[in-house]
Design a binder for this molecule. Structure first.
Ligand SMILES: Cc1cc2nc3c(=O)[nH]c(=O)nc-3n(C[C@H](O)[C@H](O)[C@H](O)COP(=O)(O)OP(=O)(O)OC[C@H]3O[C@@H](n4cnc5c(N)ncnc54)[C@H](O)[C@@H]3O)c2cc1C
Length: 301
């Protein structure tokens, strides 16, 4: 095995895991396809010490700091196969190159499956947003919308009025249950039942949501809870148990982020229902230290 650990995915979760393995003097290779989930946003919020920084700048700094450790490498590319070999793992990249390692950490993230509404995709991460804790403060007091996509959207409709006057666009989804309806009514949420046909505004700004009945409702930011998919089939291919989460599949892990397959850990958004940079990095720390200790004490894993 030419590495102690291989990490598939070199963003917030993967780089945190790599950093802790490196600090444990382990040899670690990070394979990264270079498409972190929040690349659509100009600013990342909530990570202490980096609040408001550009996601790419945070990751560049993290990569630079990781590569200062002499036992690390970051390989640009996509891992297309991962298999158990002997008492470790072999990972093949799209280029055909192969890396081997004693431990494997999956950190390949998820993608959002955006609804097919004209004008929505180009505003994703700017004025069409997924999480008020990440981007809601910047739209405080403005005209806010929630686009119903699943029963989970009712939770957004109850939460978003904290940041500003809210319209809930049902867009053909079933009516919220009685308790939700009572809560959104208490919070003066406007319910729109006419389907959404397009978003309008200059550039990536949002000015209005157009409805099928011809009206344009003034809206500055639209929240959506889109379904998600795992970025790679490698967890399933390795035999890791996968669970259904509220918005998509999640890799099952224990409290140390170990999957159901020995010596394979999973971290970040692929393991969580609530996603943010801080939690992803915290997962990486947990898995990085657990993998390191398992190298020292093999019975540990
Ligand atoms: C629009 C938007 C804005 C957001 N804003 C914020 C915010 O302000 N604050 C906040 O805390 N959170 C924010 N988030 C959430 C945040 O982006 C995620 O929680 C975080 O990126 C998860 O980190 P991760 O390392 O698990 O996955 P990711 O950051 O998605 O990284 C996964 C990495 O793995 C790579 N990869 C995938 N498949 C492979 C493969 N087969 N081989 C090699 N590499 C692979 C990808 O290219 C990517 O680089 C936002 C999310 C979105 C969608």
């Amino acid at each position: 095995m030419n590495h102690d650990a291989i990490i598939i995915g070199g963003s917030f979760a993967g780089l945190a895991a790599a950093t802790y393995l490196a600090r444990g003097r382990s040899t670690v290779a990070v394979i990264d396809a270079g498409a972190p989930r929040n690349r659509f946003a100009a600013h990342s919020h909530g990570l202490i010490g980096h609040d408001g920084a550009a996601p790419g700048d945070i990751l560049q700094q993290a990569r630079d700091q990781l590569l200062a450790y002499p036992t690390t490498s970051v390989v640009a590319g996509e891992a297309v196969r991962a298999e158990q070999r002997g008492d470790g793992f072999a990972v093949t990249l799209g280029s055909g190159a192969e890396l081997t390692g004693k431990r494997l950490i999956l950190a390949f993230g998820i993608s959002d499956i955006l609804p097919d509404v004209p004008g929505l995709k180009e505003r994703w991460g700017k004025t069409v947003i997924h999480c008020p804790y990440c981007h809601g403060f910047e739209f405080s007091g403005r005209q806010l919308g929630v686009l119903a996509m699943s029963p989970m959207s009712s939770h957004q409709a109850m939460l978003i009025p904290n940041w500003g006057p809210t319209t809930f666009f049902l867009n053909g989804q079933p009516e919220p249950d009685e308790a939700t309806m009572a809560e959104v009514t208490r919070q003066n949420v406007t319910i729109e039942r006419s389907p959404v046909v397009a978003l309008h505004g200059d550039g990536t700004d949002l000015a209005a949501v157009e409805l099928a009945d011809g009206r344009r409702v003034p809206i500055d930011a639209l929240y959506i809870g889109a379904p998600t998919r795992l970025n790679s089939p490698l967890a399933e291919a390795l035999g890791c148990a996968i669970d259904d989460g509220p918005l998509g599949k999640m890799v099952r892990t224990d409290a140390m982020k170990l999957t159901t397959v020995p010596n394979v850990w999973a971290v970040g958004d692929i393991t969580r229902a609530f996603h943010n940079v801080t939690s992803a990095a915290a997962d990486g720390v947990m898995a990085g230290t657990a993998a390191h200790r398992s190298l020292l004490f093999p019975a540990y894993a």
